[in-house]
Write a protein that binds this ligand. Structure first.
Ligand code: AGP
Length: 617
């Protein structure tokens, strides 16, 4: 999704803005731009289609070097208007006001109609241009740029994070947020804004996280924040534990590869302080959790994409291990139907970013509908201070570290760790789990980093298998039980980064339709753990084999799947338990997608049309 960077300083901001944009590249974008007020107090803007390096090249080629001590910059992910230079931000009104925007102004057409009658001219097809015109219009009757922006935003419906500068107020940068994230980076004699902290790590580690409806008036010396009612409020300055090197690539060619290999450590970090050496869970969900958990009679999980798949795995665990009913639904469906909220439900939202618009909206809907029912909300999230964590009763932070690759890998693994701890915590609070079971689960989780490490050693085998994939147009992933959502996750990874169409099926459903697809052109990937369903799965594999399907099976060493003929078998792991099995078997599927994408030469970390953090619906 779009990324914003801005700042006001005593030094030339252009290199800082460009570095910030590069650090936001992972969010996904199709064009970019930067605007500064130069020494003559004129707005200078450069925009380019494509990668940031095109923008840098244009800036380098410019007749006059681009330089300014106040400025805003943007990476655009098209929603309204095709990716094109004229649609790239910043948008400027009458050479007076420049804005960058993340989100969607839903009523932009009616605003545009009015602005056309007022004589404003439009040069783009975006919803954002109305923001620049609206601020310009409000400036006519305002004493400050802050006042103009505060008045302008009362006209907007939808979501926005905004950065605004004006030639009339060359020492003020305005930031505003509603529904889209925005942070302020606090420096000495200089301040910055950005969509997330990673953009500003080279210049500061001190941040103010703006809240819903906040507007900030930022100068070199001060930051004044006003809440949704226009009252000045104090927002705490927080220190980020991230450093500028936490988001470096290191020896890896892609962030996705780095993040796949970081999974053992991410599990260790997520478990730290939450379990004891003698295999017991300690308070992992906060002080209020136990009392809340004792009231729970069912769990409803809501999430999108990979996070949704983590929820699907957990459904098996909740019902199978502690007998607690659990429903799972994608947020974009949940938020737009009229769900019946059951008393004594724990609503769990799962999100890497904590800013996914649909998941956030579903959470807000639950809070609005809950009335006097005993309902609590818990978010499982990787980003501290994200919107989701701020709006939930309880939060569990996965400590996966920054995930830059658009394809979610280590976040998924740590979400599953978090969910397994949640099953344990609810099992204990509701007396649905014995101490022996608790020790078994925690002991299994302690062995997980080692199991993941071992699964990663199969990279070369998987690389070789990937060679047979690059020319394929379609693939089928099969699993049973918790391996079905893992198959779904494998299919999502493959289509996301290699653009090969992939579908996942519960293996038992094959004969109800998908078997018709099977021939020698479609690879079938199956996951074969050593569990109660193994023999049934083997029969399903025979059905595929008999029809000439090209099979790749990731099996437990003890599963002993017959590897003759058109069946390639990788002994991916051994001795995995009910909880650790799906987490471990996911690793070879991640590596398979990665190596297929490498062979196909796609943009692994920033696949076409996708964004890391989906902050619009
Ligand atoms: C997964 O690889 C995705 N890029 C995507 O499905 C992602 O999981 C989804 O958009 C949800 O994001 P979130 O976890 O940040 O809410």
């Amino acid at each position: 999704m779009c990324g914003i960077v801005g700042g006001i300083a005593e030094r030339n901001l252009v290199p800082i803005l460009l570095e910030g944009l590069k650090r936001l590249e992972y969010r996904g974008y199709d064009s970019s731009g930067v605007a500064v007020l130069d020494s003559e107090n004129t707005i200078q803007r450069v925009r380019a289609l494509g990668k940031i390096k095109s923008l840098e090249a244009k800036i380098a080629e410019a007749e006059h070097p681009l330089s300014g001590q106040i400025g805003i910059a943007h990476t655009r992910w098209a929603t309204h208007g095709v990716p094109a230079e004229n649609n790239a931000h910043p948008h400027i009104c009458n050479n007076q006001v420049a804005v960058v925007h993340n989100g969607i102004i839903e009523n932009y057409q009616s605003l545009k109609k009015h602005q056309l009658t007022e004589g404003y001219r439009f040069t783009s097809d975006t919803d954002t241009e109305v923001v620049a015109h609206c601020v310009h219009e409000q400036l006519k009757s305002s004493q400050t740029l802050l006042e103009a922006v505060q008045k302008a935003i009362t006209h907007f419906e939808g979501a926005y994070a905004l950065g605004v500068v004006s030639v009339e107020y060359p020492n003020t940068l305005i930031a505003a947020r509603k529904g889209s994230p925005l942070v302020i980076g606090v420096g000495i004699g200089e301040h910055f804004i950005a969509s997330d902290v990673s953009a500003l790590l080279p210049v500061t580690q001190s941040f103010i996280f703006l809240e819903e409806g906040d507007v900030a008036e930022i100068t070199r010396e001060s930051v004044n924040v006003y809440d949704v009612n226009g009252h000045q409020v104090a927002r705490e300055i927080k220190q980020s534990s991230l450093t500028m090197h936490s988001v470096d690539l290191g020896e890896h060619r892609h962030y996705m590869h780095k993040e796949i290999f970081e999974q053992p450590q991410a599990v260790i970090d997520t478990l730290e302080g939450r379990i004891t050496q003698n295999h017991m869970l300690v308070s992992a969900f906060g002080h209020d959790a136990e009392a809340i958990f004792q009231t729970v009679r069912q769990v409803q999980i809501i999430a999108c994409g990979t996070s949704y798949h983590a929820g699907l795995v957990a459904k098996y665990w909740f019902e199978d291990i502690i007998g607690l009913p659990c429903q799972v639904e994608v947020a974009s469906e949940y938020r737009y139907r009229n769900p019946v909220l059951l008393d004594h439900t724990l609503f769990v939202t799962i999100s890497q970013s904590g800013e996914t618009a649909d998941t956030l909206a579903a959470l807000q809907q639950i809070k609005a509908l809950k009335g006097d029912k005993t309902i609590a909300t818990l978010s499982i999230c990787n980003v501290p201070e994200s919107s989701l964590t701020r709006e939930s009763d309880l939060t569990f932070l996965t400590h996966a570290g920054p995930e830059i690759g658009v394809a979610s890998t280590k976040a998924f693994t740590t979400q599953l760790v978090a969910l397994s701890l949640l099953v344990t915590a609810l099992g204990k609070a509701l007396h649905l789990m014995s101490e022996t079971q608790e020790r078994k689960i925690i002991h299994g989780l302690q062995k997980l980093p080692g199991l993941l490490q071992k699964a990663l050693t199969h990279e070369n085998d998987i690389k070789a298998i990937a060679q047979g994939f690059a020319d394929k147009e379609s693939a089928l992933f099969l699993g049973r039980g918790t391996m079905y959502p893992i198959a779904m996750e494998g299919a999502l990874k493959l289509k996301e980064i290699s653009y090969i169409h992939a579908e996942a099926y519960p293996a038992g459903e094959l004969k109800h339709g998908p078997l018709a697809l099977i021939d020698e052109h479609i690879p079938v990937i199956a996951i074969a753990p050593h569990d109660d369903l193994l023999e049934k799965l083997k029969s399903n594999l025979q059905e595929v084999k008999a029809r000439g399907g090209q099979m790749i099976v990731f099996e437990d060493e003890q599963a002993d799947v017959d590897s003759q003929g058109n069946m390639k078998v990788v002994k991916a792991t051994t001795n995995v338990g009910r909880i650790t099995a799906p987490i471990t078997f996911n690793v070879p599927l991640q590596l398979l997608s990665y190596h297929v994408a490498l062979i196909k030469g796609t943009d692994v970390d920033q696949p076409r049309n996708l964004a890391k953090s989906v902050t619009v619906e």
